[in-house]
Ligand binder design. Structure first.
Ligand code: M6R
Length: 605
């Protein structure tokens, strides 16, 4: 949600900032802007829409200066417009901001009463107006920034730039991530280390409540009590191949194609080359757990929904599932024997992070399954289990989903072994099944051309229904979510058996119904529900394996998946769910990687 960049450069800053913003555009693309200080003068350029519009603006109206801040926006307060675009400026200060200032109304009222003239609808403008007022009272930039921070409530990351100051950026982190990059006679700032790739691999992550004073040669970090503090510098190596499209048309296409390799590598990280046992961090203990709480948002939530079946089946562990934005508001009953698992690709999702903070100290073990190991969720959990999927840039989550499923399956099997629910032989043979995932995912990816053809018709639909039972029910949800977010076709998922309790009224010859049903113990029942749809002229696409398709008889459309063991079916069936959405979106000409209204990392509640 919104990307922030700051650069104290030896050269012109704008081109470098623009480049860094490109790598953060996945965080929001409602508008973008850059401010610099040149010959002591603060100046800025802003443009509505994607970064390309700001690029064009800069071609016609360059922005010189060797120090600057930049921003790519996901609108919260005030629609996408130049006036609402960051950097915001008042008097001698400009600010870029990610997050929400919760007390902005009260601040705005009192500043307006004192004569401040607001020019935008944003919460951010209260920050610059406040700082500007403090500067006008004679404070130095550092004093003014510090006094401003004391008045702000909410979750945010900020960077300040001051008129007359060509060797100074002040930044602050409260609730939203921010990292500092160390260069040779240069200093950088970004919402994500990805922004700084190519400039430096030496990164310092700010901790919650920190603020920092940056010059080209120095970094001074202060904690929430304003005490100067040291934060470690680490090396984060990101090569361009990890953050470019590597010849693919879209990041989503690249990320889908990466799945076999990623799943293979991640499996090796947890089980060693022979996959004989699952290695977990010292102290993570399933034997003293009486209940699992699993909390996440979006696609990560559907991964948890699948994992619930696994933990219950293979480990005999009761699982309670929650959407993170709801969890805290239902007074969940927590206890020391509970283990809470938080799943998040970014590790920065505000709702998931807030849920994690809610249970800390109340449950026995706090575990996270994350893609970004340096993220807030990873750092604030007792045990962080990385999924090793590498940077995921397409807004629609694909490789992170299958990698989350794989890690959760490994956890469920290890829990089953440790709790005596699985014998050593069963444990070993289930691990063998998991080892076969990359090969089956590659086979599923091979169905691309067939899927492309099937989606020609689907792309004409106004609504689509996905059906599944058991572990295919969350997969149906994942398929519907993917389709909605990148093709803008309304899609719903239902448990196949629930259809007759209402939604069957929707069925007619115009409604495509995608049935996900491998030939498993629930197959016959799902197929009966599919027949009920066909009897009402519903346009069915059945996704199943060879046996399933043979048993099902005549169906309007069919897609054959490889025959896979039951445990791994959800991982393999994720692939057609992703590719259906991708090719439908291509037929419709929508923006696959940056769908409207969305952002990759949702750091507001
Ligand atoms: O970074 P997270 O996994 O916590 O993100 C959760 C959701 O915002 C995310 O999965 C979202 O639903 C995706 N755009 C789905 O493709």
């Amino acid at each position: 949600m919104c990307g922030i960049v700051g650069i104290l450069s030896k050269h012109e800053a704008s081109p470098q900032i623009l480049d860094a913003l490109k790598r953060l555009e996945y965080r929001g693309y409602d508008s973008a802007g850059i401010a610099t200080v040149n010959h002591g003068q603060l100046d800025r350029r802003r443009a509505v829409g994607k970064l390309i519009n700001l690029s064009d603006t800069l071609v016609h109206d360059p922005l010189p200066g060797r120090v600057g801040i930049g921003h790519t926006r996901w609108a919260t307060h005030g629609g996408p417009s130049v006036a609402n675009a960051h950097p915001h400026q008042a008097g001698r200060v400009a600010v870029v901001h990610n997050g929400i200032i919760e007390n902005f109304r009260a601040l705005r009222e009192s500043l307006t009463a004192e004569g401040a003239q607001f020019t935008s609808e944003t919460d951010t403008e209260t920050i610059v107006q406040l700082t500007s007022r403090f500067l006008a009272q004679g404070m130095t930039p550092v004093q003014a920034a510090r006094a401003t921070l004391k008045q702000l409530e909410g979750a945010f990351a900020l960077a300040f730039l001051f008129d007359g100051e060509e060797d100074l950026i002040i930044c602050a982190r409260r609730g939203s991530p921010l990292c500092i990059g160390h260069g040779e006679g240069e200093m950088y700032l970004g919402s994500d280390a990805i922004a700084l790739a190519g400039m430096t691999d030496r990164i310092t992550y700010l901790e919650e409540g920190d603020w920092a004073i940056l010059t080209r040669e120095t970094v001074q970090v202060f904690d929430s009590e304003d005490q100067q503090t040291a934060r470690p510098m680490m090396r984060i190596a990101l090569d361009n191949a990890q953050i470019d499209k590597s010849g693919h048309k879209h990041f989503m296409a690249k990320e889908m194609a990466q799945q076999p390799a990623i799943l293979k590598a991640a499996m090796a990280q947890y089980t060693g080359a022979d996959a004989s046992a699952v290695a977990l961090p010292e102290g993570l203990d399933f034997t003293r757990v009486d209940r699992l709480l699993m909390v996440a948002c979006g696609t990560a939530f559907y991964a948890c929904q699948v994992a619930k079946y696994w933990f219950e089946r293979y480990a005999g562990l009761p699982v309670e599932l929650d959407i993170a934005s709801e969890f805290r508001y239902r007074d969940p009953v927590l206890g020391p024997q509970n283990m809470a698992i938080f799943v998040s690709q970014s590790g920065e999702t505000a709702d998931t992070l807030a849920a994690l903070r809610h249970v800390r100290g109340e449950v026995g073990q706090v575990v996270s399954v994350v893609n970004v190991p340096t993220s807030s969720i990873a750092r604030e959990s007792t045990f962080a289990l990385p999924i090793h999927a590498g940077p995921e840039i397409g807004v629609a989550s694909t490789k992170a989903f299958t990698a989350q499923l794989q890690v959760l399956a490994l956890l469920a099997l290890r829990a089953g072994r440790d709790r005596g629910r699985l014998t050593e032989a069963e444990y070993a043979s289930r691990l063998d099944e998991l080892r076969s995932v990359p090969g089956f995912v590659a086979l599923a990816l091979d169905r691309e051309e067939e899927i492309r053809r099937l989606t020609e018709i689907l792309s004409q639909a106004r609504d689509v229904l996905f059906l599944g039972r058991g572990v295919m029910y969350p997969l149906a949800h994942e398929g519907a979510l993917k389709l909605k977010e990148i093709s803008y076709i309304h899609a719903e998922a239902y448990a196949a058996g629930e259809l007759k309790h209402g939604p069957i009224a929707l069925i007619d010859q115009d409604l495509p119904v995608i049935v996900m049903a491998p030939y498993d113990a629930l197959f016959e029942k799902t197929i009966s529900n599919m027949q009920e749809v066909m009897a009402r002229q519903g346009r069915v696409l059945l996704i199943s394996d060879a046996k399933g398709l043979a048993e099902a008889g005549d169906v309007p459309h069919a897609l054959q998946m490889p025959t896979v063991p039951e445990l791994i079916a959800p991982i393999v069936y994720a692939v057609p769910a992703q590719m259906i959405a991708y090719h439908t979106a291509l037929h419709r000409g929508t923006d696959v990687d940056q769908p409207r209204n969305l952002a990759k990392s949702v750091t507001v509640e």
